[in-house]
Structure formats: C-alpha cells, structure tokens
Design a protein around this ligand. Structure first.
Ligand SMILES: CC(C)[C@H](C(=O)O)[C@@H](O)C(=O)O
Ligand code: SF4
Length: 467
C-alpha cells in the first residue's frame, strides 16, 4: 500500500520506536520566539546542558514587541524582559537571532519560509500553535509546549504520536475576490473547530494546486483552528520556484538533489487516508466569522444564522452565547455590522501578496471616518518589498497606520489593542473572546475583505471594489 505525504515524512524521521512508548522523531528545524523559549533555556542552564544542534535553530522576536518603533524603550516591562532574555540566550548558546530592527526580523511563521529555513520533507517544530503554517511546503511542522522545546534543544528529537490522516480535496478553482482565507474559513464552517482533531490534514485538489505559496501558508496556518496540529501540502513546482535562491535553501548541485528528493514526497496514488472530505472551492463566497470561534462562519453576502437552524442544543447554546458577546442579532445581515477597527497582518495574512490584494481595494479610496486601520507587515522583508512596490503609500494615503512587523493586534500582547466593545475586521486566525483586547469583537476575513470593510465602515464584500 502506498503512503501519504505525512507518513513519508514521519517514517523518514523515526529514530526509535519501542512497544508501549511514543515513537521518537528527529527534528530538522527548530524555530524560537521570545514568549515560549525562556523557561526552556533556563531548564537547560540548570541542568548544565548545551544545545544539541544550535545551527538547526533560528530565533526571532514578534509576539510582544512594539510595532511603532524598533526599540525596547517603548515596550512593556514583560516584553523587555522576554526580548532581552532571548537575546542573551541566543548569544550564550550560539543561536542565530533576527532581533529588533534586523533586516530578517518578523513573525516566526513568516521568517522561516522567507529565508528558506523551512524546507520540504523536514520536521520542523516551534513552541507555537500555528507552526502548521510551514506544512505548506510539505514539511511535517507542528507546535510544541515549552517542556518539549527544552527536550528538542537538548536532544534534537521529540516524542510524537502517529496521527490519523485526513485529505481535504478542494475541487474546482476559487473565483476572483475569493482567497485561501475564505477557503479555510469555509472548511472550518463545514468541519467545525474539532473536525481535524487527532489528524494530520493534507490539503489537495485543483484549488490548492493553483494557490501561490503565500496562499498555501494561509491555508495550513489555520489547520490548528480546525483541531489539527498538522496541515500539509505536497511540494510542487510552485514550492520549488518560491524556495530557489533563498538564504538557507540548498544551492548548486545540492539544490538539484533536493528537488529530486522533494518530488517523491507527494502522497502515492494508492495511499489510504483515515478520512477524506470534499469541498467545492468554486462555489465558495467571501467568508467571515459571526461568532467567537473560527468555525462560526458565514458568507459575507449572507446572514448570521438563526437559532432555529441549530439542531444540536449544545451548538445552539454556544451560538447564542457567541452572538450575545459579538452583539449581533440572529438572522441579521452580516454586511450590516458596523466596524470600528481594521487589522491587516499576522502569520495568517501578513505576507506581500496579502498587502497587494488589500491595496487593490484601497487604491484611490479612504478609510471610513471613525475607523482605526492598522497595516502590520509580517516581516521586515515584507515591509521593505511593500515600500518598494508603492503599496505602503497606498495604505498610508488611504488612512491606514503602516507599522513595523510583529504579531501586534492578532493577540494584543503589545500595545496594539482594540478598545473594549469595539468591532474588528481582522485578517488574523482567532476570534476568541477578548483575543484582540478585552471586550473586543473580532470578525475574521481575507485582507481584501478587511480593506473593503475599512472603506465602507462595515463588513463588506471586496468584489465590489475589485476590477
Ligand atoms: C504565544 C503563543 C504560545 C501562541 C500560540 O501558541 O499560538 C500565540 O502565537 C497565539 O497565536 O495564540
Ligand atoms: S501572528 Fe498571531 S497567530 Fe501568528 S504567531 Fe503571532 S500571535 Fe500567534
């Protein structure tokens, strides 16, 4: 029987497997950031241990740094401590760090791919739940806890259960004005936030093959939001073209060898998945969330569900609670919801393509009066490229604040917080209660939809602004 992409990468990394114990996997790549690494380094120090392979690690600062200035002076005491601790740890232990102001600094899930640190067929871990993003390259990538971070630092291995496999076949092509973000929100709406639990998801089908690498990352980024630790896409010419020539990508003969190897990773035609799901990608409309988890979605052209539409009493009660928090009437048109804040950024949608698409909507238009709009590039490289292309000017002219890279209002650990009670059109991945600031209310959507919402001051379909 053939193997799936996930099984091929998993099996190639098993170091030891004993009855009654979790298999031990070799780790090829380890990304770290300021929030989940300090205790791990401290544990290592206490035990008098060194890093097993510091050259396989890469660090960045992203979660609680300021996006106004690239200095620690304007950061919270907590951020100061975390960032300076990471700087010291990386210096002491010999880890490359893209620190504040560094040309490669950015959100951890953006800088890995951008530098070619993320490669097909590798195992990649990070103390961060959105590590599945890197699966877009055909890497087996997943988030780990802080004690596991320490284990990887000391041994370059991790204990990891074999997951069940799920293939999501995305048939047809996404229509213009409909993006990878809409696809993953539609999937979340269909399978719920628990649909992928215990599975490694493979996104496949014509719609996925047609996506750029940046869009594929958006898709895999949110695998965790449907309950799966892992989301993968088979590497192909799009993948190779993206990686070629990047800082840490193999060069010369090693590149040709690597590509030949990567071409063998795709799931075999006779591979069997534990579960298969079909999605009609061509039928998807722009999506947004109406509730407090990413599975509570509807079409932007549609309405918030009525309570009668829920058969399951638990779901119905959840919807009722979510709507009370979000402040929307059951059955109301979602496009009537007025917004106060717009956030374009995060590891879901903070890449160049995202800003390009939003700029298509914003060119020659203005943010509606009373709306605060933030554009936060996912990395310094994204920011520079957007400046060079004139995109940054489009955002500024429209009335957006054009910031420095970081997680920012995705989780509001720095001072980018949506005010209490405000409604936010956001390109991030989580719409949990209070996620973007205490009492804030989040609607997840694509960058083009967020830009359209900024212009109209209410949740808006981007297609009306796209020629
Ligand atoms: C801070 C970090 C541990 C967290 C995560 O694991 O995802 C954050 O990135 C998030 O998105 O909530
Ligand atoms: S941008 Fe948001 S989701 Fe991504 S790593 Fe940062 S906090 Fe987590």
């Amino acid at each position: 029987m053939g193997k799936t992409l996930y099984e091929k990468v998993y099996d190639a990394h098993v170091v030891s497997e004993k009855p009654g114990e979790l298999p031990l996997l070799y780790v090829d790549r380890h990304l770290i950031h300021e929030v989940t690494s300090p205790q791990a380094f401290a544990g290592l120090r206490d035990a008098g241990r060194k890093l097993r392979r510091p050259e396989l690690m890469l660090g960045t600062v992203d979660h609680d740094i300021s996006t106004r200035e690239a200095t620690l002076d304007v950061c919270s005491p907590m951020a100061k401590t975390q960032v300076t601790t990471l700087m010291k740890n990386c210096a002491d232990f010999g880890v490359t760090l893209f620190g504040l102001g560094h040309a490669n600094q950015g959100i951890v899930h953006i800088i890995g791919p951008q530098t070619g640190f993320t490669l097909p067929g590798t195992t990649l871990v990070c103390g961060d739940s959105h590590t599945a993003t890197h699966g877009a390259f055909g890497a087996l990538a997943f988030g780990i806890g802080t004690s596991e971070v320490e284990h990887v630092m000391a041994t370059q291995t991790i204990k990891q259960q074999r997951l069940k496999t799920m293939r999501i076949n995305c048939r047809g092509r996404l229509r213009p004005g409909v993006y990878a973000k809409d696809l993953i929100l539609a999937i979340a709406g269909k399978i719920t936030t628990a649909g992928g639990t215990g599975h490694a998801i493979e996104f496949a089908g014509e719609a996925v093959r047609a996506l750029s690498m940046e869009s594929r990352m958006t898709l895999c980024n949110m695998a965790i939001e449907v309950g799966a630790k892992v989301g993968m896409i088979a590497p192909d010419e799009t993948t190779f073209e993206y990686l070629k020539g990047r800082l840490y990508a193999p060069k010369g003969e090693a590149w040709d060898e690597a590509v030949a190897r990567w071409k063998t990773l795709a799931s075999d035609p006779d591979a069997v998945f534990s579960r298969e799901i079909d999605i009609d990608a061509a039928a998807i409309e722009p999506q947004t969330t109406w509730g407090t988890n990413p599975g509570q979605t509807c079409a932007i052209t549609g309405s918030v569900p009525t309570l009668d539409s829920f058969d399951d009493p638990v779901e119905r009660e959840g919807a009722e609670r979510a709507l009370a928090y979000i402040g929307l009437e059951p059955g109301s048109r979602i496009a009537d919801a007025k917004i106060d804040v717009v956030f374009i950024g995060s590891c879901t949608n903070g890449r160049l393509e995202d800003f390009r698409e939003a700029a298509r909507v914003l060119r020659g238009r203005r943010v509606a009066p009373g709306v605060t709009a933030l554009a936060v590039p996912g990395s310094m490289a994204v920011r520079e490229a957007a400046e060079r292309e004139g995109i940054a000017d489009v955002f500024r002219a429209a009335g957006f604040e054009w910031r420095l890279p970081g997680c920012s209002m995705c989780l509001a650990m720095n001072d980018d917080r949506a005010p209490e009670g405000s409604r936010v059109a956001s390109t991030s991945n989580r719409n949990f209660v209070g996620r973007q600031g205490r009492g804030s209310r989040t609607h997840l959507m694509s960058p083009a939809a967020a830009a359209a919402s900024a212009v109209l001051g209410r949740i808006a379909d981007p297609r009306q602004f796209l020629e």
